[in-house]
Ligand binder design. Structure first.
Ligand code: ADP
Length: 409
């Protein structure tokens, strides 16, 4: 007890420093390898190596101290016991007691000690270990608790849990302000979408399009207003709302796994619905690519999809969203310029999807939203105009200019 009380604080501090060093060196590994091309061309290897070494040195130093504090009680107890036994025999000898008399007593204590010692030592060492790992343990515990909560939300049967969507999806007076920001990113957003309609959100860069998509997806929580599905606030049952949404982000995150796993994303192999997978592949215009590959859907895409072109990655993202057969698809179009072939393939995929799904397209360029039923033009977080593509050309100067520019390219 004395030992653990005396060392506890120190061990927690060492553990915290060790954990911080771990975060540091993982970050350096991640950043160094993510930007490996720049690192090599700019010959910045030594910078990353030095940084990495400084963190590993810090980790090494702290963890060595932790190890010493963990082993110390074993050595201390052994020394203490041997000293006590020797001392006892010595004093017995000095006081002229018969050694033969005290030997059985010492024997009993000796056996008891040998039996108790391993467990006693294990307990002490574990207490030290818990103190040293407490900081990491707390972080891990919070993460796992959150992940557990999320698992129950994502493992769902989307078909059964989906909310009804017979009449309208209404965004009513939505306001959003980023934390720490003075100006609102969204102001009084009002729009209504009927089932099966496709709408495009257009506007200058920084006007609030992505923010609007994030608010609709429930990733950001609006300050005021409502999102109503057939008159019912969707955030009352966010899990059901998520269950009917498909999301295609700007940058598709790919696992270093098979095309099949990348499409079904998060579903165990034995639970894969192959019919849904095939439908998603066809709708996302991926079947040609897959037929060409010797291993088909079981082809591994490489780390972050390095073996795929930009367009193929986008189409895997579309197939991933379609696999769960969502009623509403939110597509945050890639901001980076895509080559013509890719852009045409994506437009074609969107056209196929739009026949039976409600589509909300966040358009950073205009080519993908030409066929939308309605476009909303956002400026400075506010909807300033809406109408069909042609109507917006007639109504809005900026829109006309961007359209003319796209036509000349
Ligand atoms: P768009 O998608 O139309 O290019 P965004 O929705 O990304 O525009 O951004 C809208 C506004 O919100 C911009 O002024 C931008 O600077 C601001 N903004 C975006 N993300 C953040 C953030 N995480 N924190 C603070 N402000 C942000």
């Amino acid at each position: 007890l004395i030992y653990t009380q005396l060392t506890k604080k120190h061990l927690v501090r060492l553990g915290k420093k060790g954990q911080e060093a771990t975060v540091g060196f993982y970050q350096v590994i991640h950043e160094g390898l993510s930007g490996v091309k720049e690192v090599k061309v700019l010959e910045a290897e030594s910078f990353f190596m030095r940084l990495f070494k400084s963190f590993t040195d810090k980790y090494k130093k702290n963890m060595t101290h932790v190890a010493v504090w963990q082993i110390a009680p074993k050595i201390m107890i052994e020394t203490l016991i041997v000293t006590m036994v020797t001392g006892y025999i010595f004093f017995a000898y000095l006081s002229d007691r018969d050694i033969a008399e005290i030997l059985p007593l010492l024997g009993v204590f000796g056996v008891a000690f040998m039996r108790l010692y391993p467990s006693f030592n294990a307990i002490l060492s574990s207490i030290s270990s818990i103190s040293a790992q407490k900081f990491s343990l707390d972080i891990l515990y919070d993460e796992l608790k959150e992940a557990d909560h999320k698992t129950t939300q994502t493992v769902r049967d989307t078909q059964e849990t989906a909310l009804a969507y017979q009449h309208s999806l209404e965004l009513k007076g939505l306001h959003y302000r980023y934390p720490g920001s003075e100006l609102p990113a969204l102001k009084d957003i009002n729009l209504t979408i009927s089932p099966g309609e496709s709408i495009g959100i257009v506007g200058k860069s920084g006007s609030g399009k992505t923010t609007l998509a994030d608010v609709i997806l429930g990733l950001l929580h609006y300050e005021s207003g409502e999102i109503l599905l057939d008159g019912i606030n969707v955030f009352r049952e966010i899990s059901k709302w998520h269950g009917m949404l498909g999301y295609i982000p700007q940058n598709i995150f790919l696992l270093n796994d098979t095309i099949q796993q990348n499409i079904t994303f998060g579903v165990h192999e034995e639970d894969i619905d192959h019919e849904a997978l095939n439908n998603a592949i066809i709708s996302a215009q991926l079947q040609e690519l897959i037929e060409e590959l010797p291993k088909g859907v079981l082809t591994v895409v490489g780390e972050r999809g390095v073996r795929l072109s930009g367009g193929q990655r986008q189409r895997i993202g579309i197939a991933r969203a379609l696999y769960r057969n969502p009623k509403i698809l939110v597509l945050d179009e890639a901001t980076s310029a895509l080559d013509n072939e890719t852009e045409a393939a994506i437009s074609k995929a969107i056209e196929t999807i739009s026949h039976n799904k409600t589509l909300i397209i966040i358009a950073h360029r205009l080519s993908t939203v030409k066929n939308c039923d309605r476009l909303y033009l956002i400026d400075n977080g506010k909807i300033i105009s809406h109408g069909s593509y042609q109507e917006l050309i007639n109504k809005n100067e900026w829109f006309k200019k961007v359209n003319d520019l796209a036509a000349t390219q």
